[in-house]
Design a protein around this ligand. Structure first.
Ligand code: AMP
Length: 526
């Protein structure tokens, strides 16, 4: 049997780990580090680059270099957040199948699943080379706030890469496992996870070997890149003021600026002030123009990001409220995600929870370590713990309220422990109605149009009955990976229809197969 590994498929970086004889090993990368940049570069002449080499190419060929694909996964092109993000990246984001956000590079379109599959495939190859054996399956982590579509899309990416995805594990839950909380104590934990593109806050309770998520909140569009963007915007404006030249028109210069902003942010986690020097940034009328900032201070970075830092508060308070806890009732705050190295972020955590957060583990590896721990638990290599996670969004149906607007009827409220199955009976609104449309939504608004439609299906061939006489039983089932299945049944005839959320969006099974063939990971025909 091949090996099972834990994979943190991050917005910015990926990390792989596994357990052997109860000990966790993190996969070393060729550059000596333990993470691989989540970047894919399509060269004009030459093979597709993945990881470190791809990141290096971003400066030379920004339009051919894809990063942050995780931000697009399971999202619609018209989504305002996608539109805003599209303006800042060097590559083209386009409208793909069913209005999904896809990527267009060098005349080809790619789904974010296909890009994620390239990253997973590369990680699988590197792990196999290191281990000298086949890696067959994986536990892949996702932000707790990922919806059903995004989880399914991540699973599809694994399948395309030739991996059996054993489980989709929430990143904060993985982080808590990685911190080694599974040692039989009783405590309440908050996992504050701020990565390159997403923010999650999760409140967990541990009672012996039972490990229960009480609440989770977050923002799938809040992360390190937003901090970088503030700096980039500031530097662009300052340059424009001085030279009247708009750097936004120069993709290569913009990529250099983005890299410099990120490097400055990293340096400011360790020192108070650093210079920013970008010689020969552009050429104007035959002469080179440079960008030089003598001293950029940590305070400058914090001031530019006051609003971004403030956005961290609301999800934390919402999570505490959902868990019914006060900040003082949290025993420990654990940090995950590279951005928690920023001092101002640590201060914000302290301000919210009234206690210092723990960061004795490397926040870049903690999620992969936790995924590896779960691999170890599943394989019997580590002692068992029971993990109870929650659904991050309320799930329900569109129902007519007979007046002006359609309401959301919630079947499974946000933060319900999963796996779970819920059943509810409905009836028809018209006499002799022969079919009903079941529309599935997620979100917190009472007005269904403000929520996200996960999909719809029909239950037909209904018996001819008067309005209100028919009983239609709808069942929602969420499995341990947070994936939703909806079924409807007309009770008197037993007529049934059901659907997995997968069919509503993302790639069809046939498209997944095609991508597997293209990636060379499809099983050979017998
Ligand atoms: P992750 O998604 O967990 O890999 O986190 C990546 C994010 O963490 C990126 O935005 C990085 O710029 C940021 N990051 C990594 N190291 C540091 C550091 N030393 N100081 C501040 N931010 C960092």
């Amino acid at each position: 049997m091949g090996r099972m590994v834990g994979i943190d498929l991050g917005t910015t970086n990926c990390c792989v780990a596994w357990t052997e004889n109860g000990k966790v090993t993190i996969l070393p990368m060729p550059d000596g580090g333990y993470t691989m940049p989540s970047v894919v570069a399509f060269q004009q002449d030459g093979p597709t680059l993945i990881g470190e080499a791809a990141k290096r190419q971003a400066v030379v060929e920004p339009a051919r270099t894809v990063y942050g694909a995780k931000r697009l996964i399971g999202r619609k092109f018209k989504d305002q957040k996608i539109q805003r993000w599209a303006k800042g990246v060097g590559y083209e984001i386009t409208e793909g199948k069913q209005g999904d956000a896809w990527i267009r590079v060098a005349g080809e379109t790619y789904s974010p699943e296909a890009i994620s599959a390239m990253l997973l495939g590369e990680l699988k190859t590197r792990a196999e080379r290191y281990l000298g054996e086949t890696v067959e399956s994986a536990i892949v982590t996702v932000p707790a706030y990922f919806n059903e579509r995004q989880r399914q899309a991540t699973k599809d990416a694994g399948v395309i890469a030739g991996l059996h995805v054993e489980h989709i594990l929430n990143e904060p839950t993985a982080a808590a496992l990685g911190y080694g909380v599974a040692k039989g104590q009783n405590e309440r934990l908050a996992v504050f996870d701020l990565g390159g593109g997403t923010f999650d806050i999760t409140i967990l309770e541990q009672r012996g070997d039972l490990f229960e998520v009480r609440a989770t909140h977050g923002d799938t569009f809040l992360g390190g890149e937003d901090f970088d963007q503030q700096m980039v915007d500031y530097l662009v404006e300052a340059f424009k003021k001085r030279t009247h030249f708009d750097l936004r028109l120069e993709p290569v210069a913009m990529q250099r600026l983005r890299d410099a902003a990120e490097a400055t942010k990293h340096a400011l986690s360790a020192t108070d002030s650093v210079p920013i020097n970008l010689p020969f940034l552009i050429e104007s009328a035959g002469s080179p123009m440079h960008l030089n900032v003598e001293a950029f201070g940590r305070k400058d970075l914090d001031t530019l990001n006051l609003q971004v830092l403030k956005r961290l508060e609301k999800p934390c308070f919402a999570a505490l409220e959902s868990a019914g806890l006060l900040p003082s009732e949290i025993d420990r705050v654990l940090l995950a995600g590279g951005m928690t190295r920023m001092r101002a972020v640590q201060q914000k955590v302290e301000e919210i929870f009234h206690k210092r957060a723990q960061h004795h583990m490397d926040p870049d590896h903690i999620v992969a370590i936790g995924a590896a721990v779960q691999c170890g638990i599943l394989q019997g290599d580590l002692g068992a713990v029971t993990l109870l996670d929650v659904t991050p969004h309320s799930l329900g149906l569109r129902v007519a309220d007979g007046r002006h607007r359609d309401r959301m009827r919630v079947l499974i409220p946000k933060n319900t422990t999963i796996p779970i199955s819920e059943e509810r009976s409905f009836t028809t609104t018209a006499d002799l109605q022969r079919s009903v449309r079941i529309e599935v939504y997620q979100g917190e608004s009472d007005d269904v149009t403000e929520n996200v439609c996960l999909g719809q299906f029909f239950l037909g061939n209904l018996p001819e009955l008067q309005a209100g006489d028919m009983e239609i039983r709808v069942t929602f089932l969420i499995d341990a990976d947070g994936l939703l299945q909806v079924a409807a049944q007309e009770v008197s005839t037993g007529q049934e229809a059901s659907i997995a959320i997968k069919s509503f969006s993302g790639l069809s099974p046939e498209e997944v197969d095609q991508l597997r063939i293209a990636a060379g990971t499809a099983p050979a025909e017998a």
